[in-house]
Write a protein that binds this ligand. Sequence first.
Ligand code: AVI
Length: 332
Amino acid sequence: MSLERFTLVVARLHNQKALFATDVGSGLVSRPKTLPCRYFYDEEGSALFEEICKLPEYYPTRTEREILEVRAGEIVALVASPLTLVELGSGSAEKTRLLIESILGRQATLRYIPIDISQDALKQSSQRLVEDYRRIEIDAIAGDYQEGLGRLPMASDGTRLILWLGSNVGNFHRDEAAKMLRRVAAKMGERDRLLVGIDLRKNRQILEPAYDDSQGVTARFNLNLLARINHELGGRFDLSTFHHRAVYDENIGRIEMYLVSDRAQQVHIDALGMDVSFAAGEAIHTEDSYKYSPAEIDALAEAAGLAVAGQWFDQRRWFSETMFVHQCARLP
Ligand code: AVI
């Protein structure tokens, strides 16, 4: 690995295992039962998510890529040069390459600051990037969004393009999404730009199969949460007695994912010293994935103190890339 062009800071604030135990305990005693979707992403869950991204039914990754393939040049042109690239939840950083190539087409070197919860994902993606781009320097931050943003300096002298791709914003409730964007905005100077990939509202015939695919990968991804409780907290979940369900609530504009108990049962969790009772058919709500209309994106910007500076869609208008600026910022 070209270590001279890669640094990694671990910005962990909390004891992750204790936090997981607390969240599982409180989620499973609440009515209805819930588990936070951020715990999907252990090593197995991250690998399953990469598989989801390649499924024929899961259109978001492919569609976002399609937009970036066509529009990367236009997007980058809206940001002053030279810029530093920051990415929240960088994952494999595959789509980011399209923007990196456009940026390197107009500036000699690039500083890239990926922020991700997974150190492994950061190391692997950074290794591939420094090998493929000799003019890139990577200062990675391992931590959640809050921890990562905490490590970013307030508005710097230069210009920053901050990326939040993949419709990760969709896994926040609408008001939480606005709060998150506000937190990002607090770090932005007048010249900085924020590019967010947002999945759009569409018909349930497209949405539900995207979250309940024919190969059962999303079901395995969802059930892996119970496997994780078994490994890390001494849970006794029998995975064969739960099934995956994904439904679209058209009024709210969100996909809801559940794990449903096929029978009445009690499940012991050693680390929590608790027995969790399930009625037959009782569900644990594990994820929401919000979809937006263009008007809802405008409302999100407004609620976060941001303004829309640019917006790009794919041909079917299934997905969007939106560029946000401070409401007070002057556009170039
Ligand atoms: C990470 N996130 C944007 C995905 C989504 O589409 O909400 C997570 C996911 N859940 C099931 N499939 C994909």
